[in-house]
Design a protein around this ligand. Structure first.
Ligand SMILES: Nc1ncnc2c1ncn2[C@@H]1O[C@H](COP(=O)(O)OP(=O)(O)O)[C@@H](O)[C@H]1O
Ligand SMILES: [Mg+2]
Length: 409
C-alpha cells in the first residue's frame, strides 16, 4: 500500500474542504493501472515558520489562500522549487495572475480579447524616486483621446482586479475623468465594452474537466449561476472549453475560472485569471457535487499516477501556432486544444477515471443524499446568512442540490 498526503491551504471557508475530506475518506483504497494499491489522505496546512530546507510531508497542495496571504504563498514557491510538490496552480505564473498577463497571452494567441489599453497611475506612486522619474520620463497623455480610440462605452478596471472591485462602465468624458480621478494609485485598463452580448459564460476548470455555466453577474451570489444545460450551441460551448483549457495549460493553472461574453457565434474572453476560484456550495449549488467530484478525481489521479508538476511554460510551442499566418482562428484553436489536452493528459486521465475511479459517481451521489451532506448544508447556511434567511436559503440550495440528484437518475 502506498500512502499519499494532500494538503489543504485554506482561508475562511469550511464547506468545500469538509466535502472534499468526506469524499476522500469514502473513496477508500485505489488500484492504480499497474495494480498497485494507494491510499490518499488529506490534512489542513497550518502556518508557521519554515526552514527553507525542511521537507514537507505533502505530495500535493490545494490552495485557496495564497492569493492574499503571502507567508504561505512563499511556502508554496519553496515546496514547488525544492520538493517537487504538486500544486494545482503554478505559484510562479500565479503572480502574473493579474488580468494583464492573461490578456497579453490571449491576444498573442489570437483570441478575441476586446481592445485594451493600460494607462499610467493617476496619483504619484509612493516612492522617493517618483518625482524625478516622472519629471524625466512620464509623457503627458490625453485620456480623452485614448478613450476615443477605444470608443464608448468602455470599461475601466484594475489591471489586477477581482470581485468586481473598482470596475466601472464608462459612457462619456465626464464618467471617464471621474473614474480615472478615483482610481488613485490603482493601475487601470481601459477596455472596449462588448455591447449587446447574448450570454455571459463562466467556466470552472479543475484539471481537464470544465463546467461551462450561464452566469448572471448582476444577481446576488446565490443566484448567479443559472442551471441551464443548453444555453450555448455545441460548437460555441466547445470553443469556450478550448479557450479555458488553453489559458490553463499555458499558465499551468489547473484550478481556475474563466469569463467570456458570447455575442452571436463570437466568444470574447474578458476575465481569465481567477486561479483558486470560489467553489462554495452557496455559490455553486447545483454544480457543487460536480466540482467536488472533479477535484477528487484530478487530485487522486495526480498523486496515484505520480504526475510530475511542470513549472516551465513551453510558450514556444503555443506561439508557433499563434504566429503561423497560414492558420485560421479555428485551426489555431484546434492546435491549442491538442497542446492543452496533451498537457492535461486527457486520455490517460479519462482511462483512469473509467477504471480506478469508476465508483466515484456513485460515491458522490450517496454522499450528497446522506445526512452528512445535509448537516454540511445546514451549517454552511447558518454560518453564511442571518437567522431570518436560513429557511429560505436552505430551501433554495436544498432544492437545487435535489435537482442535481434527480438529474443523475
Ligand atoms: N469588456 C467588457 N465588456 C462588457 N462587460 C464587461 C467588460 N469588462 C468587464 N465587464 C463587466 O464587468 C464585470 C467585472 O469585470 P471583470 O473583468 O470580470 O473583473 P473582476 O475581476 O472584478 O471580476 C464583468 O463581470 C462584466 O459584467
Ligand atoms: Mg470577473
Amino acid at each position: 500500500m502506498t500512502d499519499h498526503l494532500i494538503g489543504l491551504l485554506l482561508g475562511a471557508e469550511d464547506d468545500w474542504p469538509r466535502a472534499y475530506e468526506a469524499l476522500l475518506r469514502r473513496l477508500g483504497a485505489v488500484t492504480a493501472p499497474d495494480g498497485g494499491k494507494h491510499r490518499v489522505r488529506s490534512v489542513r496546512v497550518s502556518i508557521e515558520p519554515f526552514d527553507l530546507r525542511a521537507k514537507p510531508q505533502h505530495e500535493l497542495v490545494i490552495d485557496r489562500l495564497a492569493h492574499w496571504y503571502y507567508h504561505p504563498r512563499e511556502w508554496l514557491k519553496k515546496i514547488a522549487l525544492m520538493d517537487d510538490v504538486y500544486l494545482l496552480n503554478s505559484p510562479f505564473t500565479f503572480q502574473s495572475m493579474e488580468k494583464h498577463a492573461a490578456y497579453c497571452a490571449m491576444m498573442r494567441l489570437g483570441l478575441k480579447v476586446p481592445p485594451t489599453v493600460l494607462v499610467p497611475y493617476k496619483n504619484p506612486v509612493e516612492n522617493s524616486r517618483w518625482a524625478y522619474t516622472a519629471a524625466r520620463y512620464n509623457q503627458p497623455f490625453d485620456l480623452d483621446a485614448v478613450a476615443e480610440t477605444i470608443g464608448y462605452p468602455l470599461y475601466m478596471k484594475p489591471y489586477d482586479g477581482g470581485a468586481w472591485v473598482g470596475v466601472s462602465k464608462i459612457r462619456n468624458r465626464e464618467e471617464l475623468h471621474a473614474a480615472y480621478d478615483a482610481s488613485g494609485e490603482r493601475l487601470m485598463h481601459l477596455q472596449q465594452s462588448v455591447e449587446g452580448f447574448d450570454v455571459f459564460a463562466r467556466s470552472l476548470s479543475i484539471g481537464p474537466e470544465t463546467m461551462v455555466m450561464k452566469f448572471r453577474p448582476e444577481l446576488p451570489m446565490h443566484d448567479r449561476y443559472a442551471v441551464d444545460h443548453s444555453f450555448l450551441t455545441p460548437e460555441t460551448g466547445d470553443e469556450v472549453v478550448t479557450i479555458s483549457r488553453l489559458v490553463n495549460a499555458f499558465f499551468r493553472w489547473e484550478f481556475n475560472s474563466c469569463e467570456s461574453l458570447v455575442r452571436g457565434t463570437e466568444v470574447h474572453p474578458i476575465d481569465y485569471a481567477n486561479a483558486c476560484p470560489d467553489v462554495a456550495v452557496t455559490s455553486l449549488h447545483y454544480y457543487f457535487p460536480w466540482a467536488m467530484a472533479a477535484l477528487l478525481r484530478w487530485t487522486v489521479f495526480c498523486v496515484v499516477t505520480g504526475r510530475r508538476p511542470r513549472l516551465d511554460m513551453d510558450t514556444a510551442r503555443y506561439f508557433a501556432i499563434a504566429d503561423d499566418p497560414q492558420l485560421s482562428y479555428a485551426e489555431k484553436l484546434a492546435g491549442y486544444r491538442r497542446l492543452a489536452d496533451e498537457y492535461f493528459e486527457v486520455d490517460r486521465y479519462q482511462e483512469f477515471c473509467a477504471t480506478a475511479l469508476a465508483h466515484v459517481d456513485e460515491l458522490v451521489l450517496e454522499w450528497v443524499t446522506s445526512t452528512e451532506f445535509d448537516s454540511l448544508l445546514k451549517e454552511t447556511v447558518r454560518a453564511t446568512y442571518p437567522p431570518h434567511e436560513h429557511d429560505r436559503f436552505l430551501g433554495h440550495f436544498g432544492g437545487l442540490v435535489d435537482a442535481w440528484v434527480r438529474d443523475q437518475g
